[in-house]
Design a protein. Structure first.
Length: 176
């Protein structure tokens, strides 16, 4: 959904659609492989709407990631955030609890996890900018891959996953 800002450039402006009527929480059953799950959960949904407004997060709210990171993971604050900035994804297929209508929506657990992840990423980023030695010990594995020293991000809740940070993005600790 992006388009070049200036002809001949590769920078694009990111456009995100937000339901004009806002977002609300509802009990619903996820639909997976055309089957309605018996398990009910809380989902953020726009209901059935044909009215959308375009937002441009990179221009309008370049620090949106910090706003998300600071968000309290409650239904009320998440719904207010989504109403202003939009949902995280296109949403899952749902059947409303009264079985009368299908919708799309996002699980409360997804929002809570994304808020936690962004909060941790912002915390780590800020500490790295401060050159905090504690942060490297706590969140990174110092390893060598193919003879190149790298730092591998190690989130707290998923110790076996990680993102490798390429050497060109890490300041060389050796004196010049």
């Amino acid at each position: 959904m992006g388009r070049p800002l200036v002809k001949g450039t590769t920078f694009v402006e990111f456009e995100w659609l937000v339901a004009s009527s806002g977002y609300v929480w509802a009990n619903a059953h996820p639909v997976v492989d055309m089957q309605i799950s018996e398990r009910e959960a809380r989902f953020l949904t726009s209901g059935f709407t044909m009215a959308w407004r375009a937002t441009y997060p990179l221009r309008e709210a370049p620090s949106l990631f910090r706003i998300l990171a600071d968000l309290k993971a409650t239904e009320k604050t998440i719904a207010a955030f989504a109403t202003e900035h939009g949902p995280l994804t296109a949403g899952d297929h749902l059947m409303m609890s009264d079985k009368s209508r299908r919708r799309r929506g996002e699980r409360l657990g997804l929002w809570q996890q994304e808020i936690f992840d962004m909060s941790e990423a912002v915390y780590v980023w800020d500490r790295l900018k401060e050159k905090s030695p504690e942060i490297e010990r706590r969140f990174f594995l110092d390893e060598s891959i193919a003879g190149v020293k790298t730092l591998r991000y190690r989130p707290h809740r998923r110790p076996h996953s990680g993102v490798t940070i390429s050497p060109q993005f890490v300041e060389d600790p050796r004196p010049v």
